[in-house]
Write a protein that binds this ligand. Structure first.
Ligand code: ADP
Length: 321
């Protein structure tokens, strides 16, 4: 198993990859000890990482990608809230979050574990435990500065995603939520490749109600369909504003085209529910506090319970297929 240092410091930055037509023949291959073996063609074939990921995730019952068309719609916040709600709902259930939002890993902060260290053992990287039944692994634990990752190119990101999917020792899990970067980039292609044999349960897409966000969600839905990712459904975040003083609800981002519900009907994907914009959610996320258990009676907590019920049902349905 590669050490954290090796992964971070020795990227296959210019390596064309063993599957490439130019494997062993590109200028970057000059001087590489694997030049001959790559040029001979014996390395071509399915990426062995696919099998490693399949094996590593065989005890994870539900693997869910959390996607968004745009940044800033609350994907990471919703991932954290969903994981906390799932873990709280049933203490017998083991839940984890894998943060592969390489250029903006926010799970360590949102989950309140940003000063923790990731440990390595013979069986892989141990995730950080937020609670007895809730763990998190993030690239944020490994980087000294997030700016480091922003300049990474495709092959290095791909390598990191493979490592993350194949080397974290989760133990038995009921739900693994994978927080991805916004949009449809190299990282998404890597995820769909490495998870192709791992029985991915599906994707949850997070959006806000305005048309400008929904436009990108349509692209995200098309992407999922192209790469054969099952869509569990769409969550509309920041649908309404809940006044912290009087609890009155008002619309901040007007759903001029009918919001996510209408778009789901048009695109024939399930609508999983909406979450209000609540300033306390933003504060709790910044401070790494658990909104769901601190405010069990809040409108947002009730909405979250409803969304989680729908996700559980959608996952159970997929398991029966
Ligand atoms: P993304 O992962 O899509 O880039 P974030 O999860 O980082 O977005 O959220 C962007 C900002 O919006 C953060 O400051 C977060 O606290 C805030 N936020 C997200 N969802 C809500 C919500 N339902 N209510 C209040 N603030 C929210």
């Amino acid at each position: 198993m590669a050490s954290t240092e090796e992964i971070l410091n020795k990227p296959p930055e210019h390596c064309p990859g063993t599957q490439s037509e130019s494997a062993g023949k590109a200028s970057a291959c000059e001087g590489c000890p694997n030049k001959q073996i790559c040029a001979s063609g014996v390395t071509k074939g399915p990426d062995p990482g696919i099998e490693l990921v399949k094996k590593r995730l065989q005890d994870v019952r539900n693997k869910i990608l959390i996607l968004s068309g745009k940044g800033g719609v609350g994907k990471s916040t919703v991932t954290a809230l969903l994981s906390r709600t799932l873990a709280l709902r049933n203490s017998e259930m083991n839940v984890a979050v894998l943060d592969v939002d390489i250029c903006g890993p926010s799970q360590p902060r949102v989950m309140g574990v940003q000063d923790e260290q990731v440990h390595q053992s013979g069986s892989g990287w141990s995730p950080v435990y937020v609670d007895d039944n809730l763990s998190v692994m993030s690239i944020g634990f490994l980087l000294s500065s997030v700016d480091d990752a922003i300049i990474w190119r495709g092959p290095k990101k791909n390598g990191m995603i493979k490592q993350f999917l194949s080397e974290v020792d989760w133990g038995k899990l009921d739900y693994l939520l994978i927080d991805t970067p916004p949009g449809t980039s190299d990282e998404h292609l890597s995820l769909s490749t490495y998870l192709s044999e791992a029985n991915l349960t599906g994707a949850v897409i997070v959006t806000t109600p305005q048309e400008v966000a929904l436009l990108d969600v349509r692209k995200e839905i098309d992407f999922c369909r192209k790469v054969n990712i099952n869509i569990l459904g769409v969550v509309e975040n920041m649908s309404m504003f809940v006044c912290p003083c009087c609890q009155t609800m008002s619309e901040i981002f007007p759903a001029t085209t009918g919001g996510a519900r209408q778009m789901c009907a048009e695109m024939k994907v399930p609508f999983l529910g909406s979450l209000p914009l609540d300033p306390v959610i933003a504060r709790c996320s910044d401070e790494g506090r658990d909104f769901v258990s601190e405010l069990p009676d809040a409108a947002a907590t009730k909405s979250l319970m409803n969304v989680v019920d729908n996700i559980i049902q959608a996952c159970d349905k997929k398991q029966l297929i």
